[in-house]
Write a protein that binds this ligand. Sequence first.
Ligand code: SF4
Length: 381
Amino acid sequence: MKYFIKTFGCSQNAADSERIKTIFGKRGIKESKTEQKADVIIINTCMIRESAENRIYGLINNLSKLKTTKKNLKIILTGCLVGMAYKDKTGKFLKRLRTKLSIVDEFMPIEEIGFDTAPQRSSADTALIPISSGCNNYCTYCVVPYTRGKEISRPYNEIIQECKDVKQKGYKNIVLIGQNVNSYGSDLILSNSAMKSNVKPVYVKHLGRYRIPTLFPHLLNEVAQMGFKKVEFISSNPWDFSDELIEVIYQNNNISRTIHLPVQSGDTNVLKRMNRWYTSDEYIELINKLKTHISNVKITTDIIVGFCGETEKEFQNTVELCKKVMFEKAYIAQYSMRPMTSATKKLKNTVSHSIKEKRWQILENLINKPYLDRLKNSVKK
Ligand code: SF4
């Protein structure tokens, strides 16, 4: 028996797939490099954007031809689509998936995998280490709190042990992964009365809410001190990027100087509609702090264009912010409505497809074209 695994989406999914491989390996099923030779096809899904979801439907449609010629072929779906299906208490989403994807034999919730399954690593140099999963932030456009559930931090000592193990096995680089990597440990603090009494919640002026300090700087420092060549972490949120964290990066030269810090929009009103915890000025202030303290720092980002009601003026504020920050690279998405999110329920997707396309192109030309030109030039040299 052989299995083939296709992974869509973020590094969290990539790390999950490494654990799924172990489970199938333990069942005596070997990995196949092609779909055609596999008896079981596992699809680890993403639904962060409509386009990502559509790619999965396209793949399954193609597999239906293979299934007609190979009657015993088993297709298993896991990841965010399945997470959404099981978390939707009405059962409608699961029903819709079952009807739409009738050739799928099993819908496997990712929670069944768990952190305690040792991964079958895809790279011999770089180890992906998940440190948390889920999210409590409920940005209004985002499905993650619905597909992955609430944020759960992995026990501190378990992460340290896994890092030590991979160091011993000769891995040179390490990537700490979480949907909100730098809010790691807030839940651990809140559930521990001794720790809780020692922390001071931080007031977020812009939204009139408090946030809890995190254990991430401490964890990152301890991992960096283990002596890896490079330590990366993904994906951070600006509101948990504390001075303490900047200090840890400054003190440890092996922590990557390319930092991914999603901005999503450069306009404070749009950020508010997105339920992001910072203003445009606060984001710029954070970037300036990073640039002042850490030499050679490069910032990459995520931006959504055409979010509900985004006016030309609001978009121009994003352009202005991009010019000020000078991002190294950006993942630019055209807003698409996602099921269950509050933007879908309460806001209107008013920006036309052609305007989204135009705004996307403007930012591509501003950020990613120069990035690709720099890459090409460095290859020529
Ligand atoms: S912080 Fe916002 S964008 Fe990031 S995973 Fe959570 S809800 Fe989604």
